[in-house]
Write a protein that binds this ligand. Structure first.
Ligand code: ADP
Ligand code: MG
Length: 314
């Protein structure tokens, strides 16, 4: 029998929804797509984003400081940790249920609270770029900027969102544990929300005020776990060049060199599609045979069967 293909899946915002009830519902659909891949004979590791959720947790924690003056502000790193646990809880429950519904009883599901080391001198700290929280109108955005000193930016034609620093992941602190669990056949959810950003201070890991892009963190995890495929599941079936323009063209199978050229030509929006294509390129060129796929959650299975999605390889 062929060796099982190891796949790292990066789940985007649409796989999780924007509110607690939405997430409960969304993870059921997401779990079906993931277990489909397991039934296809793949070994799956799950990573996910947390843009809306970390924004929600952050707002809730700000509200707490208004209610109780004893409560200091909650660092963004702690908000990421809370989002990992809350999303992991829903996801691991839904995955367990979907596996059992299909008679698969030998795959334990677990979420690993994951810290990811970043470089304190990363230029990203000087240039916040990662959108978090909900979409707002220009007027709402101006109000948030005024009231909380947030930096607000327009996000790919869809409205305004708060942006925070998004440094590149350097090291997954818990990678050894994640590898052990994956190697023993567990279905692991790790690097949620890109991982909790930390910097090293001697033996101490200090939380950083940032949100790492899950596209880059899942790429690093895929390399560290020697995965065969990195699948980035998002709200579009393919990446496009001339996106949203009359001459828009959806991309199918492309080479790393073609993808790099499109990046240079500015076809992918920073903070949304650009990090996906960059992560895909980084993974695909890291070792011959490695593939990266960008597609819709609902099309994950068609994607690994080569029927759709933007596939990037050397
Ligand atoms: P996720 O939560 O999955 O990370 P994002 O919103 O960050 O999703 O990124 C996906 C979005 O990127 C798409 O829904 C689309 O609106 C936007 N986008 C920007 N540029 C492109 C492009 N060139 N091709 C396809 N989608 C693009
Ligand atoms: Mg994103």
């Amino acid at each position: 029998m062929d060796k099982k293909k190891r796949i790292v899946i990066a789940l985007g915002g649409n796989a999780l929804g924007n509110t607690l009830p939405e997430q409960m519902k969304a993870v059921k659909i997401t779990s079906k797509a993931i277990v489909d891949l397991i039934e296809e004979g793949c070994e799956v590791v799950v990573a996910h984003g947390n843009g809306p959720q970390v924004g929600m947790v952050n707002n809730a924690m700000i509200a707490l400081t208004h209610e109780d003056p004893q409560q200091p502000n909650t660092p963004l790193s702690v908000c990421v940790a809370m989002s990992q646990a809350y999303i992991g809880y829903d996801l691991q429950n839904a995955l367990r249920e979907e596996l059992l519904n299909r008679g698969i009883t030998d795959i334990p599901v677990a979420t690993m609270i994951t810290q990811v080391r970043v470089d304190p001198d990363d230029p990203a700290f000087e240039n916040p770029s990662k959108p978090i929280g909900r979409f707002m109108t220009k007027e709402q955005a101006d109000m948030m900027a005024e009231k909380y000193d947030y930096i607000m930016k327009e996000d790919a034609g869809r409205g305004y969102r708060r942006v925070v620093a998004s440094p590149k992941p350097q090291e997954i602190v818990e990678i050894g544990t994640i590898r052990t669990m994956v190697n023993s056949g567990d279905l692991v959810i790790a690097c949620g929300g890109g991982g909790i950003p930390v910097t090293r201070q001697g033996n101490h890991l200090k939380g950083a005020s940032a949100v790492i892009d899950k596209d880059f963190a899942s790429c690093l995890m895929a390399k560290e776990l020697d995965a065969d495929i990195l699948i980035i599941l998002t709200a579009v079936e393919k990446a496009a060049i001339n996106y949203g323009k009359p001459n828009e063209k959806w991309l199918g199978d492309i080479t790393v060199d073609e993808a790099k050229q499109y990046i240079d030509e500015g076809h992918f929006a920073p903070g949304s599609m650009l990090p996906k294509v960059q992560a895909a390129v980084d993974f695909a060129e890291s070792k011959p045979g490695r593939q990266a796929l960008i597609t819709l959650l609902e099309k994950a299975k068609d994607g690994i069967l080569g029927k759709t999605g933007t596939k990037i390889q050397l």
